[in-house]
Design a protein around this ligand. Structure first.
Ligand code: 6PG
Length: 245
């Protein structure tokens, strides 16, 4: 583990969501106070749903006018498809908090091809972050999950696209669910100011140990090593079962 990582184990998903809410609240208030904006990229999957619902429940306490929500990855399926991550994020968070449309930045899955969707999203992110003082798009926070094969966002083990690309967003043929996907690369993930992994459940205990205890830095989630930012692992007790804590 690199020195700027923090591992925290929670009794259950509810207490993990509660702590994550407090972390988001602190980061978002600081960022909006300092520069008027808080940029965050969210993952899909099941784990973060409870946290997104907690954010919605506490919406009055958070600076949504300055908060811009992007996606860490997306499946190349229509917005109303059951497997579309944005549909879940919109239902559990964006609609309940009434986020302004201009603050929501979904992956353009209506593009003709997955490559076009990735190119368009990359262009959108570059334009959004382009300013004299920063060469790199730097997200204030990126929320990630870990698949039980060690993938994160839509960066799967063995993907040729895993490292060495200078792209921010790539198209990915997903061998797991069969859906083509669009994903942030390690370049943009590792440029973030704060990265929070949310991991829960017994199924993840083996991969959590592999990533946190004896990483060979081969698995994608083990290659999330922010250059300057902070790395947090918020894990419930079941997923932390094999950690020597
Ligand atoms: C996705 C996610 C993905 C997710 C992991 C964990 O599009 O599926 O972005 O990276 O975070 O697969 O998913 P669960 O939280 O459902 O276990």
């Amino acid at each position: 583990m690199q020195e700027n990582s923090n591992i925290r184990v929670f009794e259950n998903k509810e207490s993990m969501s509660e702590f994550s809410f407090k972390a988001w609240a602190e980061l978002s208030r600081e960022s909006v106070q300092e520069k008027g904006i808080f940029t965050v990229a969210l993952s899909g999957g099941k784990t973060p749903m409870g946290f997104y619902q907690r954010l919605s429940a506490g919406r009055e306490e958070l600076p949504w006018d300055g908060t811009h929500i992007f996606q860490a990855d997306e499946r190349f399926v229509p917005l109303d498809h059951a497997d579309n991550n944005y549909r879940m994020i919109k239902e559990t968070l964006l609609d309940p908090v009434g986020l302004n449309t201009e603050n929501a930045h979904p992956v353009p899955v209506m593009a003709e091809t997955v490559k076009e969707a990735a190119d368009e999203y990359q262009k959108h992110i570059e334009e959004f972050f382009t300013s004299s003082e920063i060469a790199e798009p730097v997200f204030d926070l990126i929320m990630l999950g870990i698949g039980d094969d060690g993938h994160t966002a839509s960066l799967f083990p063995g993907e040729p696209t895993l490292s060495g690309t200078d792209r921010l967003i790539i198209p990915v043929e997903d061998v797991v669910t069969g859906h083509a996907r669009i994903s942030m690369t390690l370049r943009v993930i590792n440029s973030a100011k704060n990265i929070i992994f949310l991991v829960s459940g017994k199924k993840k205990a083996h991969i959590v140990r592999e990533i946190l205890v004896d990483p060979e830095f081969v698995l994608p989630a083990a290659q999330v090593l922010p250059e300057k930012g902070n790395l947090f692992f918020f894990i419930d007790r079941e997923a932390a079962e094999y950690l020597p804590l």
